[in-house]
Design a protein around this ligand. Structure first.
Ligand code: SAH
Length: 322
């Protein structure tokens, strides 16, 4: 009986030892497999590298890669659009002197600004500079022109006139780089002064003062500006207040159609002209939703007494995100 008992105990102990050695074996096996696992992991990380070009080919054939590069292009465009809007806002909220320092510190900002500006303009049905080019072509090519804030000098490149082009930075040898509040031109030396979307600085009256200085008596002052800057219902200036201020500086406002006749034929002419003007006005309103044009002539005789001019504030033109 006792022998029986002790043989059972031995058997149980034997089974325990066996399971213990099995556990040991398993744990050593696990240790010995771990370097192998690392190798597998290495292979796993190397494998995509090796097949990257193959999967790129696959993605390309599926059109997925071109989608992701167009996504990147979109992101880049968004970033540069944001950069353009930032520079644009800066130019509308500082003086010309500060703007000159800003661009001189980093001239690449000027290129960023103009790339964004051209992008914005590509959505406009008609460019104001093209209207001014047309106006110049209808007048004598002997008129000497000063283009204040010329940008890419599109105006000078498209007319026969002698044009002095001014901007803050010059990438083009024909453009004179300066703050247009102080141009290098002599007094009463030009026939036409143009401001096409360039009354940006908070000190814009200084630019108009400079235009008045360099213009000959009866010289033309043409101003094209973004319409929203003159929309008094949305915080823009009243165009009448602006016109009065320019007149007080020494100009007369010119309407493009002059009607002067009193007899019957004259009256008929008036009606005909009014109808034409209304028709053109409707057309212009349609095509020129974005900007306004002002035409002035420098007075022949200047008032002996200098007036205190009340300039309206011109709100910045902030372009929308597209
Ligand atoms: N007249 C051009 C460009 C308009 S963008 C066109 O219609 O296409 C406005 C331009 O005015 C910008 O190039 C800007 O650099 C320039 N500008 C703004 N303030 C200026 C200043 N104080 N002196 C010279 N140029 C100025």
């Amino acid at each position: 009986m006792a022998d029986n008992e002790s043989s059972k105990k031995r058997k149980r102990a034997g089974r325990r030892n066996k399971s213990h050695t099995q556990k040991l074996k398993l744990s050593t096996e696990r240790e010995s497999t771990s370097p192998k696992a690392e190798r597998i992991n290495e292979e796993a990380t190397e494998k995509p590298k090796a097949s990257a070009s193959a999967s790129a080919k696959r993605l390309k054939s599926q059109g997925k890669l071109s989608n992701s590069s167009s996504f990147l292009d979109k992101m880049k465009a968004k970033l540069s659009g944001g950069h353009f809007r930032m520079i644009n806002e800066k130019l509308y909220t500082c003086t010309g002197k500060e703007a000159l320092e800003y661009f001189n510190d980093d001239p690449t900002l000027f290129d960023t600004y103009h790339t964004g500006y051209q992008e914005q303009m590509s959505h406009w049905p008609e460019l104001p500079v093209d209207i001014i080019i047309k106006w110049l072509k209808e007048h004598s090519p002997s008129l000497v022109v000063a283009d204040f804030g010329c940008g890419d000098a599109r105006l000078a490149k498209n007319v026969k006139n002698k044009v002095f082009s001014f901007d803050l930075i010059s990438n083009d040898p024909s453009v004179i780089s300066c703050d247009m509040a102080n141009t290098p031109l002599g007094s009463t030396s030009v026939d036409v002064a143009v401001f096409c979307l360039s009354l940006m600085g908070t000190n814009f009256p200084n630019y108009l003062n400079e235009a008045h200085r360099i213009l000959k008596p009866r010289g033309w002052l043409l101003i094209a500006e973004v319409k929203s800057r003159f929309d008094s219902t949305t915080g823009g200036a009243d165009p009448k207040t602006f016109t009065k201020a320019v007149c007080d500086l020494g100009f007369t406002s010119v309407s493009k159609v002059s009607i002067c006749s009193s007899h019957f034929l004259g009256r008929l002419k008036i009606i005909f002209f009014v109808l034409i003007v209304l028709y053109v006005h409707c057309l212009q309103d349609f095509s020129n939703k974005m900007f306004m044009l002002f035409y002035f002539k420098k007075k022949e005789e200047q008032d002996s007494k200098k007036k205190d001019i009340e300039w309206p504030e011109l709100k910045p033109c902030l372009y929308k995100r597209r």
